[in-house]
Design a protein around this ligand. Structure first.
Ligand SMILES: [Zn+2]
Ligand SMILES: [Zn+2]
Length: 379
């Protein structure tokens, strides 16, 4: 097979294998997603079966995507055979905006389920117990004088590593805000316009940390799969041992970038790319900025300077974003140094041949560092 075709085939195979194993964790764009609450299979407020509502453009798109990912997932046949209702399976939405007053109006049309009562109940929102976007909705019976049922408008995320698990909607709103470049105050403005409760800045930051921690696992898995594919392709191409226990020496391409142009960016990234398949094997972000240091840290330094050292030590233990100090131009070599150092531990691979652009600083750093010992030559 010609080299280019082979490269494309390897990339396609890796994408396929990633999407199969992570179809629950990745969107079609390869972005991580978090499990959504299961859509109810039946509903008392389903539209009339005789005239199904025409699907919107978004619903049609989602339907196409869902049927594609269903046919890929191993449980496809079982989930298809579970329900034949066109109304339930064709409705792709798990969430929507609901005006609280409309919901309460619906609840107020119900009867009290207590034995011997049966009077009309009232719907209320308990704002004290409401957590961010998850409203605490209560069904109150004025005759029994009691809350007969209470529920939150969002499920909790059982797959989360946090205790207690967060409300799914709060986590997803944070993720959506982060992906749309919305800081906490922008999200608050967004919610203010919609007359919705929002997340406190501290809660937002906590959720952002949580989402970041969990996406790290997805990232790890993506790189692991990439390395697995690369190893297989190398074995085929060069006749090396595909066993992951055998150390593999290979040629990689390396490049870096910054978050902002010019030479003053506070955040930079370096990537290690396999030259045969074009798959990214590792990436490392370097940051000279930490939002907590820039806000809370500066405040502590100004208001209570004697407490600053103690505050900083505690903050570093909890996780400060700053992992680099120096010039932005030297971020690229630094990222290369870090990734060459841990490549054996990460993939049991030695990046012995370095293919870079004109900027040789990263290459020089790696050659000088001798990450694999004196006897292994880095080219
Ligand atoms: Zn009652
Ligand atoms: Zn910090």
């Amino acid at each position: 097979m010609p080299r280019k075709t082979k490269k494309l085939a390897a990339v396609a195979a890796a994408r396929k294998s990633l999407s199969e194993s992570n179809s629950k964790n990745l969107t079609p764009n390869g972005n991580p997603v978090f499990p959504l609450s299961t859509r109810p299979r039946s509903s008392s407020i389903s539209p009339s079966r005789s005239r199904p509502r025409p699907l919107t453009a978004f619903e049609r798109k989602m339907k196409k995507y869902r049927s594609r990912s269903r046919s890929r997932s191993p449980s496809a046949s079982s989930s298809r055979s579970r329900s034949h209702s066109p109304i339930v399976t064709e409705n792709p939405c798990t969430r929507t905006f609901v005006e609280a007053s409309m919901l309460l109006q619906l609840i107020s049309s119900l009867k009290c389920p207590q034995p011997g009562c049966g009077s009309q109940v009232e719907g209320r929102v308990n704002w004290k117990r409401t957590k961010g976007f998850s409203l605490c909705v209560q069904v109150y019976c004025p005759v029994c004088g009691d809350v007969v049922k209470q529920m939150f408008t969002s499920s909790t995320d059982a797959t989360s590593t946090a205790t207690p698990p967060p409300y799914t909607v709060n986590k997803l709103m944070t993720l959506a805000a982060l992906w749309s470049d919305m800081e906490p105050y922008k999200l608050s403005t967004f919610c203010e316009v919609l007359d919705m409760p929002s997340l406190h800045q501290k809660t937002f930051n906590k959720k952002a940390q949580l989402v970041y921690g969990e996406s790290k696992n997805v990232r790890k898995e993506v790189f692991r799969k990439a390395a697995e594919t690369v190893r297989r392709e190398y074995a085929e191409e060069t006749g090396t041992d595909p066993d992951p226990e055998t150390t593999l020496d290979m040629a990689v391409s390396f490049d870096g970038s910054w978050m902002t142009r010019g030479h003053s960016s506070l955040i930079g990234i370096g990537c290690v790319i396999d030259t045969l398949t074009g798959l990214v094997l590792d990436a490392h972000v370097l940051s000279q900025h930490c939002q907590t240091c820039a806000t809370s840290g500066e405040w502590v330094k100004r208001e209570t300077p004697h407490r600053y050292e103690q505050w900083l030590a505690q903050h570093r233990q909890e996780g400060c974003s700053v992992n680099y100090k120096g010039s932005s131009r030297m971020m690229e070599p630094e990222a290369a140094k870090v990734m060459w150092k841990w490549s054996l531990e990460l993939h049991n691979i030695r990046y012995t041949t370095f293919v870079g652009d004109g900027d040789s600083k990263a290459h020089d750093r790696v050659v000088r560092q001798k990450p694999y010992g004196e006897e292994v030559e880095n080219r």
